[in-house]
Design a protein around this ligand. Structure first.
Ligand code: HEC
Length: 382
């Protein structure tokens, strides 16, 4: 991705933008840098509700949002971000900024601020699809406005600077509770570490060692202790297996591997932790993202969408921004005649139905019901 020929770059970016992008970088990198610099400038205001709403900053924020929306849109049109899976994250981010811009311009500044501040989780979920870590680019980190160690670690994590993020999370966990880190941030710090080990480093032995050290902090709440213990157990299982090399697998081999990994057994029933299989889901989704990146044109795209959706849904926004529903929808709409389309639809229907189910029963809005009907017609060839 880093070594695109200049000819390709000039052909794919509009001339005006090209003039503004630093020389020597690929179009995606140049656009990403630009999006990040814009965000760094916006967060100077968006970290505080008052600052964000001040009249004197209005013109600047407006301009920055406009430029960011445009840059995201251009980025999503680059072929590197266009594989059937990554494309979905790109579209989510483009919608997020377009909505933020519209909200800001029509005076709904609190909503716009919330959209901007929550956009980092979308950046993160796309970046974590790329298994290689990024080299340090400290110049980028100098531009940020975050003061807390935790926020610094998060920023490193978002920008794939995992080698720097990891020791920061470890330090935060070690120093709990003297560092007054709120428990939910402690929990996120632990989950980030698990994600780095299971998704990016894929080294169960190192993961076990690190998590066992974390367990030594007896001040960590009991429910988190239980989670850590089941994560360690799964890394131990993983250690016993041969690892997969996605470049050497065929479509049917990868599906066999996934189906075996996704099977639950008595172990799951015995676990008291809230998300015992997280390590498996992170591992499986990582392998699938890699498979997609190395096999952008594969017949099993709908199956990949299905299993990614299951992983995301089970991880339940706890690790990354969940794209489960979008993956399932893509599977049904784009591949209605595939063998798995029906399963995609049933899972989608199930997720949607339970999200509209409360103590008073199920009440699915009309437009959502219409959407479900359109989808089921599609697989039934109507
Ligand atoms: C659709 C997927 C996707 C989304 C969404 C996304 N990125 Fe990226 N980003 C990438 C890819 C792929 C690269 C790696 C480019 C490479 O290494 O060649 C990257 C790299 C970067 C880089 C490093 C550029 C460099 O010099 O290597 C920065 C900074 C960045 N992204 C910022 C962001 C921010 C901030 C957001 C959210 C507002 C975001 N990205 C959202 C795909 C995405």
């Amino acid at each position: 991705m880093r070594h695109l020929a200049i000819g390709v770059i000039t052909a794919t970016i509009p001339v005006i933008l090209w003039a503004q992008i630093e020389g020597g970088k690929t179009s995606v990198q140049g656009l990403m840098d630009r999006i990040f610099s814009n965000l760094a400038r916006i967060t100077k205001y968006s970290l505080s509700e008052d600052e964000f709403k001040k009249k004197e900053h209005e013109a600047e924020i407006k301009q920055l949002l406009k430029d960011t929306t445009q840059s995201v849109k251009t980025a999503t049109q680059q072929h590197e971000l266009k594989n059937p899976i990554m494309k979905i994250s790109g579209e989510v981010l483009a919608t997020q900024f377009a909505d933020a811009e519209n909200a800001f311009n029509s005076g709904h500044k609190s909503y716009a601020r919330w959209m901007v501040n929550s956009s980092l989780s979308i950046c993160m979920s796309c970046h974590a699809q790329v298994s290689k870590a990024n080299q340090p680019f400290d110049d980028l980190f100098r531009q940020n406005n975050f003061k807390e160690k935790y926020d610094q670690a998060e920023l490193r994590f978002v920008l794939r600077n995992y080698d720097k993020a990891l020791p920061m999370y470890t330090e935060l966990i070690d120093n709990f509770p003297t560092n007054k880190l709120p428990v939910e941030k402690l929990e996120t710090s632990l989950k980030r570490k698990v994600a780095i080990f299971a998704r990016i480093k894929r080294d169960p032995a190192v993961a076990i060692q690190a998590l066992e050290k974390d367990l030594k902090n007896k001040n960590i709440p009991k429910y988190l202790h239980k989670n850590i213990e089941s994560w360690i157990a799964l890394f131990n299982e993983w250690k016993k297996e041969k690892d997969v090399d996605v470049t050497k697998l065929t479509d049917s081999e990868i599906l066999k591997f996934i189906e075996k990994q996704m099977k639950k057994d008595v172990w799951d029933k015995l676990q008291e932790s809230e998300s015992p299989r997280s390590v498996t889901y992170l591992r499986v989704s990582g392998v699938l993202y890699d498979y997609m990146a190395t096999h952008p044109i594969t017949k099993i795209t709908p199956e990949i969408l299905y299993y990614l959706a299951i992983c995301d849904h089970e991880l339940n926004n706890n690790f990354f921004y969940s794209l489960a529903e979008l993956y399932l929808k893509e599977c049904v709409i784009k591949y209605p005649t595939s063998k798995i389309a029906k399963k995609c639809f049933l899972k989608y229907e199930d997720i949607i139905t339970s999200s509209f189910t409360g103590s008073a029963g199920t009440d699915i809005p009309d437009d959502v019901q219409r959407e479900l009907k359109t989808m089921s017609d599609k697989i039934n060839g109507k």
